[in-house]
Each structure stands twice: as C-alpha cells, then as structure tokens.
Ligand binder design. Structure first.
Ligand code: SAM
Ligand code: SF4
Length: 348
C-alpha cells in the first residue's frame, strides 16, 4: 500500500486503517501524525478546546473488569459530592473561562433523575457553560428529563466495537444495548461522545480499526481514544498498559477518517507519557480535559493509579498550560465549543 495515497484519500477502508495502525517506522509514523494535524487544522481550526471535569461520585453499581471504581473494589474509599459542592465547583470552572463542564461519576443511582436535573438547572441558570453528562447508562426517560433541564452533551464510551470482548469486559452485557443508548441520545438532541480504550486485554489491531469505523457510523461529535492503564484490585491489575505510540496512531487515523470531530488528548495518555498531551495535540487532538474536582475528592477517583492530575491550584495550571499551547502555535478557545459539525462550514 502507498502511504501518501492512503493519507490523502477521502474515505478509508478497514484494511487501510489497519495499515496506518501498524506503521512502526518512525518517519512513516511522523507522516501520519503530520497529516492528521493538517486534517485537524483544515476541518476544525487551530484552537484547543478546554473541558472542565467534575468527578462528583466514585460509587458505581457496575463491575467493568478494567476499572478501579467497579462495585466489587472494596478497597476503594468512596465519596459523593453534595449538589451544593458540585454547583460551586461548576462556578469555579466557569470563572476560569472554561465553558464546558463535564459532570462525571460511576453509575450511581443515588443521584436520581430529579437531583441530576436540579444540578443541571442550577448550573445553567448561573453560568454560560455547556453541560456534558458522563454518568454511564441511565434510563431513557432520565436522558429526556436532563435534556429539558439544560444538558447539552453525553459522553458514553462504547469501549470496544467487538461484541465478544464487550460482553467479556462487562459481565455478559451486550454492546448493542450500549449503542442503543448512544443512538437514543443523539436522536434526542444531545451532542454525543464515545470511543474505545487502546490495549485492553485480548484486543487486536482489527478491533481498533472497527472502533474507528463504529465512531464514524455513530456520527460522533467527540471521540475519546485513551490507553488502558491497569488498576490495582481489579481483575486486570496485572495486565499490560496500552501502548502510547499505538494510541497516537489511533488518534491520528481517527482524525483522518472522522474529520469534523473533537478528539481529546486524554488524561490517560498524559499519565503514561509526560509529554502525552502535547504529542496528542500534534497527532490530531483538539481538546484537553482538565480535572477540576476538588483535591481531596480527586485523589479518590482512582479509575487507575498515578492518574496525571493538575496542581491543586487550577489557576496556575491553566496559565502553564496556556504557554504550552501557544508554543505549538495554537490558542485556547474560550467558547462553549459546540459540535464542529454544527459550527464549521468546511466541506470535503
Ligand atoms: N461510569 C461512566 C462510564 O463508564 O461511562 C463514567 C466514568 S468511567 C470511569 C469513564 C471512562 O473511564 C470509561 O468510559 C473508560 O473508558 C475509562 N476507564 C475505566 N477504567 C480505565 C482504565 N483502567 N484505564 C483507562 N481508562 C479507563
Ligand atoms: Fe463504573 Fe464507569 Fe468504571 Fe464501568 S467504567 S466500573 S461504569 S465507573
């Protein structure tokens, strides 16, 4: 296969995506990253978009084999933030000039339909921020209520496009059910984010290629590809972490395939590689998620260990981060950053 031709094709086949994911020669890999960076610039512009995350509860009723928050992890100290704490933290984020607030938790039905609706409504009344929910699989009626209360987006990763692996990682649950939630959310006016983890046990390059094609089929607004990191006290604690270069190649190939989509340089990538965020931003990414959960809770949100956290003072972190972005010749966006599909007119 001819690398230059593939990098400049309008549509890529599964085999061509696999070819890109398998590139190991450093100079070929750099060509892939450079083309992804170019596609990102053409279709999405040069701004880096910030999302402020509040991880408001680490209770979870699920038992995903890879995750440190799984219900059966009795070693984890659990916490729940009060609605007032969540709303107050949202104000801190919006006062920093970050206009997307991501409310994330384990699947925790302690926060019922009305409580989540109340939190959304209060934040929307008092800030100009968009709200992304990342609460796992909840009821279809709840999604409807939260949309009416003011929620804008929902992040629910499909984790793997392999039906077989999905039911291994999620105790016999079905990928189709997960996908039905994503489709329902999209139909009901949410901007949706999804995608996979790179390096999960038993995953193949073919599976990752299917993940990218599934992101396309779902017509995602955001696609978050992050490496798997083994977490203590989980069934996968002794497994190998995902490969940083493969994660970067996946992000770059996805950028070329998906074009007008937000792709984050994930915290998981920054956890495995000090320079992970910058490498990600140079390989097609255009979002950075800042963890702005209050410090004493943040250290208990242990999806995996050694999570790369910002310093305790978000203001210092943001200034330092701004300098890094400017050094790349990019600038930070201080807008709500709604779906690129809705806001930019570039066509193929
Ligand atoms: N409970 C919600 C859900 O599952 O959608 C949101 C919180 S969950 C912790 C957010 C994401 O963390 C998951 O979608 C998964 O991709 C990621 N995650 C979980 N365990 C991980 C691990 N060991 N390494 C890397 N990412 C992980
Ligand atoms: Fe719970 Fe989400 Fe972790 Fe699964 S990935 S155990 S649903 S927090």
């Amino acid at each position: 296969m001819n690398l230059y031709e593939i990098l400049h094709k309008k549509e890529l086949t599964k085999e061509e995506i696999i070819f890109l994911l398998n590139l190991t020669d450093k100079s070929d890999q750099q060509k892939l990253f450079d083309r992804a960076d170019e596609v990102r610039s053409i279709y999405c512009g040069d701004e880096v978009h910030l999302r402020g995350i509040i991880e408001f509860s680490n209770y979870c009723e699920q038992n995903c084999l890879y995750c440190g928050l799984r219900e059966d992890n009795y070693k984890l100290t659990r916490y729940r933030m009060t609605p007032e704490e969540i709303i107050e933290t949202a104000h801190v984020i919006s006062n920093l000039g970050i206009y997307t607030i991501v409310l994330q938790s384990g699947e925790d039905n302690y926060y019922d339909t009305d409580l989540i609706a109340y939190i959304i409504y209060q934040i929307k009344q008092s800030t100009n921020a968009a709200i992304t929910l990342s609460l796992g699989e909840r009821g279809f009626d709840e999604y409807r209520t939260w949309k009416i209360a003011g929620a804008d987006r929902y992040l629910l990763k499909h984790e793997t496009a392999s039906h077989k692996l999905y039911s291994v990682y999620h105790k016999k649950q079905k990928l189709e059910d997960r996908l039905s939630h994503l489709r329902f959310l999209k139909t009901n006016g949410y901007q949706i984010g999804s995608s996979n983890m790179i390096g999960l046990p038993m995953q193949t390059i073919e599976d990752i290629s299917d993940d990218i094609l599934l992101c396309k089929e779902l017509d995602l607004d955001m696609a978050a590809f992050g490496p798997f990191i083994p977490s203590p006290d989980t069934p996968y604690q002794n497994k190998k972490a995902g490969d940083v270069d493969l994660t970067l190649r996946t992000m770059a190939a996805a950028r070329i395939v998906l074009k007008k989509v937000y792709i984050p340089a994930t915290t998981a990538l920054a956890t495995l590689d000090e320079a992970g965020r910058i490498k990600g931003l140079n390989a097609g990414a255009n979002i950075v998620m800042l963890d702005l959960t209050p410090g004493h809770y943040r250290e208990l949100y242990q999806i995996y260990t050694d999570k790369k956290c910002m310093s305790d003072n978000p203001l210092n972190y943001k200034d330092c981060f701004q300098l890094q972005i400017e050094a790349l010749g990019r600038k930070i966006s201080y807008s709500r950053s709604d779906s690129i599909k809705l806001t930019r007119q570039v066509t193929d």
